[in-house]
Design a protein around this ligand. Sequence first.
Ligand SMILES: Cc1cc2nc3c(=O)[nH]c(=O)nc-3n(C[C@H](O)[C@H](O)[C@H](O)COP(=O)(O)OP(=O)(O)OC[C@H]3O[C@@H](n4cnc5c(N)ncnc54)[C@H](O)[C@@H]3O)c2cc1C
Length: 300
Amino acid sequence: MRIRVRRGVVLSAGAIKTPQLLMLSGIGPAGALSLHGIPVVHDAPNVGRNLQNHACYRLQYLCNAPVSASRHLRPHNAVAAALRYALFRTGPLAETYAVAGGYFRTDPALEVPDAQVVLLSALGPARTGGAAFRIRDLLPDRHGFGLTVYQGSPLSRGAVSLRSADPLDQPRIEPGYFSDPRDMEVLLKAVKRMRGMMRRPAMAKYIDRELLPGEAVSDDRSLEADIRRNGATAYHQCGTCAMGPGGDAVVDSGLRVRGVEGLWIADASIIPRIPNAALHAPALMIGEKAAALIGGKEAG
Ligand SMILES: Cc1cc2nc3c(=O)[nH]c(=O)nc-3n(C[C@H](O)[C@H](O)[C@H](O)COP(=O)(O)OP(=O)(O)OC[C@H]3O[C@@H](n4cnc5c(N)ncnc54)[C@H](O)[C@@H]3O)c2cc1C
């Protein structure tokens, strides 16, 4: 289907699909496009590069008293919660599972925090150890809580590239987590700091024992191995069409794709360096800013 536009196109397909669409359209690394038989419209080597995300790791603790959000799973509590939400829009159903969070420095000499933590008010799904995931694992019947710890300012970089010229094919994603060894050092320090905090009296009084990774995982080596095995991602992919002042940056400060006319990008792919924060708000900010820039209310 061919759609004609008068002024231009705003591409907003996210940090994975925006670079894929650009590359399918001939805007990307010339060599890679030619390999797939795609005519090169503009050679932009950085399209798809610079992929960033927050790697994270979850600790889980069993509580020694019924203090976690799991109490809302008891039938009469669940009914009460549903009624309260239906009538007043308040109560546990109006709250988030991630009830508290924070930012902290893994090295006191740092000017700004480099790690994040989010406290989850109930036990999360059990590790399946390769076995098929079961829905009932989502509803733990024991009281506990989780702490998800993030490397907030990763230095590792991954890439998104084409598998083929077929637009229905998924792109290849190489996340590159921990390709820079400093990221593992930061995450290790952050996890150890949180484990230490859970041993302090204010938290220890609620804790029966550490479920994950468990006290057997006590030295750096075994903890690092467990992070590599059971670490996860925060789904904060960004950076694959990064903004910058240099001619090699994919978009300029007005969100215009360099090298072509009438094409803007407004999504997390334009973020040059991942902030130490979740990306929903930055993505909204980019959208608002794009509207102002493209609508001519602000100069880019
Ligand atoms: C499971 C999960 C949990 C998250 N939790 C949080 C959180 O708690 N807090 C937070 O701040 N952030 C969170 N994030 C991150 C946040 O949602 C993203 O960073 C943000 O949505 C990125 O915005 P975006 O506009 O770049 O891309 P997206 O929101 O992904 O928008 C891209 C859109 O383009 C569409 N699209 C893609 N390809 C095509 C195509 N070919 N044709 C038409 N449409 C297309 C997609 O369907 C999608 O609607 C979470 C993300 C995930 C996946």
